[in-house]
Design a protein around this ligand. Structure first.
Ligand code: PLP
Length: 396
């Protein structure tokens, strides 16, 4: 006998992974130049040179016991202080090492925070559509209820009335992800200020804090100088989950953090519960070599030129063909309306007839839309355009 919830999670198919696997199979059959795979959000720009240099230097200069040994569960104090110093320099904050708990990326950061905040079987975690599909198992496998705030179409900001209707006395937190996967939209300061005012009002009404969990792996992936407001400076009860997976192109290295500023209500208790939640999942410490790398590279920024070129190329070409798409200010995704409103049928036909792999938005809580990950070679985008045109001719 096995746990039913986990058995189902372990066997249910992932649309994204299936498309990706199909793409690999078709590449072997027809040649990769004939397959247009927009399925996975795997960074396509290399990690900054400074990261590779830091790895070389650390392996040469640092005592091997320190490089490969255990650290404290929260991570080296020096690494956490380096991250805090970088945030303080950029954001004018006064964060310190004690505000940070290092994790193996954003996913374990999120699940630790969610686990820490779910107090009973009635606990609800709200999320704004469209959203990263993994939030559902993160919440539901921990006994919580995921409450979806319907999407604000077509801008993909946040509809205040819809959010208000979704908040109840059981709401423990609201997950916000900006820049957003899958829409590429960045929540504006005005949107966030309105959300903050609403949450403040509801927290007072219900007599307990409703936290924002700011899921920010794409914080540094933003174009045309668009502002990504730092949510803890707008809404004090914000817990940040961050990752270097996308910003430093290190998804396989598994390094990120939870940030709980001093000004968060019951912050010490939340920090302790996050540490306990991580411990309950077998977190021992984040990869030590990567901690030492981040200590040296906390202020490194990605070179976004290649993503930006792809963004302009794909957004420009698709909108010229008549596709409707949210303005992609950040991350590396386009969220495109399926021309006839049926994203599943579009994705299936595109796959079978054109080897064009795009993900239907249903799993992101937004049926009728398609997610395209443009962290790919620009050449693939150019070669894929006739397929998009053929699909528009068939569906438009
Ligand atoms: N949150 C969002 C919105 C994501 O898109 C991802 C990964 O794609 C994650 C969290 C998980 O990131 P990590 O690889 O750091 O666990």
């Amino acid at each position: 006998m096995v746990n039913e919830v986990f058995h189902q999670l372990g066997t249910e198919p992932s649309v994204i992974r299936e498309l990706f696997a199909y793409g690999l199979q078709r590449s072997a059959e027809v040649g990769s130049e004939h397959v247009y795979d927009y399925s996975l959000g795997n960074p396509s720009i290399p990690a900054p040179k400074a990261v590779n240099q830091a790895i070389t230097d650390i392996l040469q200069d640092t005592d091997s016991i320190r490089v490969h040994g255990y650290s404290m569960a929260a991570g080296f104090t020096e690494t956490r202080q380096a991250i805090a110093d970088d945030l303080n320099r950029r954001l004018g904050t006064s964060l310190h090492a004690g505000n940070l708990f290092l994790t193996c990326g954003a996913a374990p950061a999120l699940i630790s925070v969610i686990k820490a905040l779910i107090c009973d079987a009635d606990s609800e975690i709200a999320v704004v559509a469209p959203f990263f599909p993994e939030y559902r198992p993160f919440v539901e496998s921990n006994g919580g209820k995921l409450v979806v705030v319907p999407a604000d179409v077509p801008s993909f900001q946040i509809r205040l009335e819809a959010l208000e209707e979704s908040l109840t006395p059981h709401t423990r937190a609201l997950i916000l992800n900006s820049p957003n996967n899958p829409s590429g939209v960045v929540y504006t300061r005005s949107t966030l200020e309105q959300v903050a005012a609403l949450l403040q009002r509801k927290s007072s009404q219900y007599g307990h804090p409703i936290y924002i969990i700011a899921d920010e792996p794409y914080r540094e992936l933003v174009y045309d100088g668009v502002e990504v407001p730092f949510i803890p400076c707008i809404y004090p009860n914000t817990i940040v989950c961050y990752s270097y997976s996308k910003s430093l192109s290190l998804p396989g290295e598994r390094i990120g953090y939870v940030l709980i500023p001093d000004w968060v209500e019951e912050g010490a208790g939340v920090y302790a519960a996050v540490a306990g939640a991580a411990r309950s999942m077998g977190h021992v410490c984040p990869p030590t070599l990567m901690q030492l790398v981040i200590q040296r590279c906390a202020s490194q920024m990605p070179d976004l030129a290649a993503y930006d070129e792809n963004r302009k190329l794909l957004y420009g070409a698709l909108t010229d063909m008549g596709y409707v798409c949210a303005k992609p200010d950040g991350a590396f995704y386009l969220f495109v309306k399926a021309p006839n409103g049926d994203a599943v049928a579009f994705s299936q036909k595109a796959k079978l007839e054109h080897d064009l792999l795009v993900v239907p938005g249903d799993g992101f809580g937004c049926p009728g839309y398609l997610r395209l990950s443009y962290c790919v070679a620009a050449d693939m985008i150019r070669r894929s355009l006739p397929a998009f045109q053929a699909m528009m001719d068939a569906f438009g």
